[in-house]
Write a protein that binds this ligand. Structure first.
Ligand code: ADP
Ligand code: ZN
Ligand code: ZN
Length: 797
């Protein structure tokens, strides 16, 4: 009997190509010499395709049975040294993402392994004395006699603290000693040059100690409940609903302290935009060196090193946006998602995952499970709906701890202003208030909802809007008499005659940030103004610079888009003006009211943060709209009731689920035909209990690292369809239709929406489309198209 064939080990490998065509595992033989070193998660080199080009891949499974004729199976070439292996948990998380959001496994792996490409390690060099002290002193005299000045300087320095080592840079820099001199001293065995690896550290704040606050009863209750659950091995999701200034961050800090005391680590997600110096400082003051940060401005080396520090136990906390979720902590115990309602938590690339859902899944995957705490002053409808239904535990923080009171809110009807002949962008009320604050040397903020919409140019006579010929979005007027497209950059000169009706009443909708700045300076020439929008925050530090300048009272007025209303604390601000509150209500999607409510509430929360009472003036054309009314009263509950009724009526998330099938095509006609074909595929009945394609990813058992959590998740696709057949109603299919932006760069865009109570029905429908496109690819008939999925979409398409 031939023993060697029996002990063969095969690896199922995901190949490093982001293409639907290779979205499955490929079977390779593990050669004798690599048995034992290749494991699940290993990154390996394999020959691929007809040309046997060497590719990188991740091992998903090890097995002793070959997929097909063992004689034809290729061998793994080697272990790829430039990549770290993928941790078991992240492989599972990727498989879950692939299934839930639709993407290739490779794209999902890349998402959960954001810093797995090894980076060069940095080293500090040091110089120390090698000779005995007496010998060195003699050598020093010798140098002095022979007038070897450089050597003499170095020896003198080394002899002042003979046991110490001196940083190399200090020697070459301050002591001005050449590398050649150092080399020669080393060769003569006078000195040692040693190297020490170190991690890049993006945190260069030296924070002082912090004073310890006594938590309020409300705060203490949240901390106590989450931690006592944790100790009782109840790991679940909590939602902390608390107005700005109600002490949520303080609650996070205390919970993290407790978690760390239990030998666990914490991830704190913050939308990148509110990852401010102020917030970071609070964490650094508490946790010092044990906390680090992750954000898009870090170099690949810095990112890699933060993950290494986390892996090696040098960190307890990582703070960062979405991708910080994938920090490889050895013992993750807590995930906090601050401002959980922020759209930035949804990825816009495949897989289009939501950080909230992904965090909850990750928390179930880690050893012993982790707790998840969501926080917001204006929770997403999703989170609040689940909290109300008992899926999450809800806490309310009702008191503002900053001492300040909630601001007084005045709603101004812009139609009335026009009727009384006021054609300025500032209502009379706002003008008076600005005047008053400038006189009293108090600060104020002027907020406009959105940049893209503002500045669009239209004909007041016939309503013609100037649009980009390639992208079907309105052009914005910029300085220098140009109309510019914000998607593709197309520009054309401004004309003052309407091409449709020939009238002269062509003008821009004057409410962009630039326009506001101009108007302010026209009315109050001595006001000191800062402007914050996408234009003024292009460079790396500009955002922070503007904020600190305003914070240091270098300006009276801060004008800006949503960027200015996110979580900054300016105690001297006593007035916030919202210039066109309903602008975001015109946005063509079902979350328009929710977003408007959130923005207005946040904007209002900026006023009166300090000792001085604050006032908010909200200008709009529909002051009676419930989003504006409830925001003015800071009444989340009333808003939620109205909004959830609307969602229920129209079967929108969170009451139902929605899948957007996003199609692009280079030809409009082919795109329409293709989209219609997808619709007929979607219309075929779904068979929830069968996994037709059999391409689910399977994994080795988790080595007894059992998950004590009762809500164990399984990554098999059928996990989502349990018991769904009976309850589910028929899914509703809408479209295909031209997308909101029907064309970008001459590529046509279509969208089909599918709504269902049952998420599993939607993933089944997604799987059907994936199978269909895979067949087209095989037949070579998939040219010039793309199909993407967006579940419970947040960003328009
Ligand atoms: P949020 O994150 O909800 O906006 P913070 O945690 O930032 O609230 O708290 C707002 C302000 O109140 C901060 O300046 C903070 O230092 C202060 N604060 C928080 N908790 C307390 C407390 N228990 N006692 C006194 N001040 C507190
Ligand atoms: Zn016209
Ligand atoms: Zn364009």
């Amino acid at each position: 009997m031939d023993n060697t064939t029996e002990s063969n080990i095969y690896a199922k490998i995901i190949i490093d190509i982001s293409h639907e065509q290779v979205d499955r595992t490929f079977c390779y033989k593990v050669p004798e010499r690599l048995i034992g070193s290749v494991d699940v998660g290993s990154c390996v080199q394999v020959p691929f395709g007809r040309g046997n080009k060497v590719r990188t891949g991740y091992v998903m499974e090890l097995t002793d049975t070959a997929d097909f004729d063992p004689a034809k199976i290729k061998e793994i070439v080697s272990i790829a040294t430039e990549n770290l292996p993928a941790e078991d948990i992240f492989i599972k998380l990727a498989a879950w993402m692939k299934q839930r959001y639709g993407s290739t496994m490779y794209a999902a792996l890349k998402t959960v392994l954001p810093a797995h490409k090894k980076q060069t390690t940095l080293k500090h060099k040091f110089i120390s004395l090698r000779m005995a002290q007496r010998e060195a002193t003699e050598y020093l005299y010798e140098c002095r006699q022979k007038n070897r000045k450089a050597q003499e300087r170095l020896l003198a320095e080394l002899l002042t603290e003979p046991e110490e080592r001196i940083p190399y840079e200090l020697v070459t820099g301050k002591l001005n000693i050449s590398a050649a001199t150092i080399r020669s001293l080393k060769e003569k065995c006078v000195i040692n040059v040693t190297e020490e690896e170190y991690y890049r550290n993006p945190v260069n704040i030296s924070a002082g100690a912090t004073r310890r606050l006594n938590l309020s009863d409300e705060q203490q209750h949240v901390v106590d409940k989450v931690i006592s659950d944790f100790d009782a091995n109840i790991k679940k999701t909590y939602l902390v609903h608390g107005i700005t200034g109600s002490g949520k961050t303080e609650v996070y800090i205390r919970m993290i302290e407790e978690i760390i005391a239990r030998g666990k680590q914490a991830i704190v997600l913050i939308p990148e935009i509110s990852l401010t110096y102020q917030t970071l400082m609070r964490f650094y003051r508490h946790f010092g060196e044990r906390v680090s940060v992750m954000n898009s401005t870090l170099s690949p080396g810095e990112k890699y090193d933060q993950f290494e520090r986390a892996r090696n136990g040098q960190l307890d906390i990582i703070i960062g946006p979405r991708s910080a979720l994938f920090t490889p902590f050895p013992n993750l115990g807590l995930i906090i998602i601050d401002e959980e309602h922020e759209p930035a938590y949804k990825s816009e690339q495949m897989p289009k995952y939501h950080a909230r859902e992904t965090a909850i899944t990750l928390a179930k995957l880690v050893k012993d499970g982790a707790s998840v705490v969501l926080g917001s002053a204006t929770p997403s409808l999703e989170a609040y709906y689940r909290a109300v239904s008992g899926e999450y535990e809800l806490f309310e923080l009702t008191k503002r701890l900053t001492g300040g009171t909630l601001p007084e809110v005045e709603c101004v009807d812009l139609r009335d202003e026009l009727r009384s002949g006021n054609r300025s962008i500032f209502s009379r009320s706002l003008q008076e208030a600005i005047e008053d604050r400038l006189q009293k040397h108090e600060q104020l903020m002027l907020f406009i909802n959105r940049r893209g919409l503002a500045g669009f140019v239209s004909c007041r006579s016939c309503g013609h809007v100037f649009k980009c010929p390639h992208c079907d979005v309105s052009l914005s007027e910029h300085r220098g008499g140009k109309l510019v497209c914000h998607y593709c950059g197309y520009s054309e000169p401004v004309t003052r005659i309407c091409p449709e009706c020939g009238s002269k009443y062509v003008s821009a909708f004057r409410a962009g940030t630039e326009q506001i700045e101009k108007e302010v300076l026209k009315n109050w020439p001595h006001a000191r103004v800062l402007r914050m929008d996408a234009d003024t925050t292009k460079t790396k530090d500009s955002y922070q610079k503007i904020l600190s300048a305003f914070s240091n009272e270098e300006a009276d007025i801060l004008i800006g888009t949503q960027m200015i209303v996110k979580g900054h604390d300016f105690p001297k601000v006593t007035l916030v003006g919202v210039l066109a509150a309903d602008m975001s209500l015109y946005a063509n999607d079902y979350r328009a009211a929710e977003r408007t409510f959130q923005l207005l509430t946040q904007a209002a929360g900026r006023a009166g943060r300090g000792e001085l009472a604050g006032k908010v003036i909200v200008q709009s054309y529909q002051p009676d709209h419930y989003a504006i009314q409830t925001a003015a009263r800071q009444d989340y509950g009333a808003f939620y009731d109205e909004e959830i009724a609307y969602r229920r009526l129209l079967a929108y998330p969170p009451v139902a689920h929605m899948m957007a099938v996003q199609i692009t095509s280079k030809s409009e006609e082919a795109g329409i035909t293709f989209s219609n074909k997808l619709r007929t595929i979607l219309e075929q009945p779904v068979v929830p209990f069968l996994d037709l394609d059999g391409s689910s990813y399977s994994f080795r058992s988790d080595n007894g690292r059992g998950n004590s959590n009762s809500n164990d998740i399984s990554v098999s696709p059928s996990a989502y369809v349990r018991g769904s057949l009976m309850e589910s109603e028929k899914p509703v299919i809408i479209g295909p239709a031209a997308a909101n932006i029907s064309k970008i760069n001459d590529v046509f865009r279509f969208v089909i929406y599918v709504k269902s109570q049952d998420y599993a029905i939607l993933t089944k429908m997604k799987d059907k489309i994936e199978r269909y496109t895979a067949r087209l690819i095989e037949a070579g008939q998939y040219r010039g198209y793309s199909v993407q999925f967006d579940f419970d979409p947040i960003n328009g398409f």
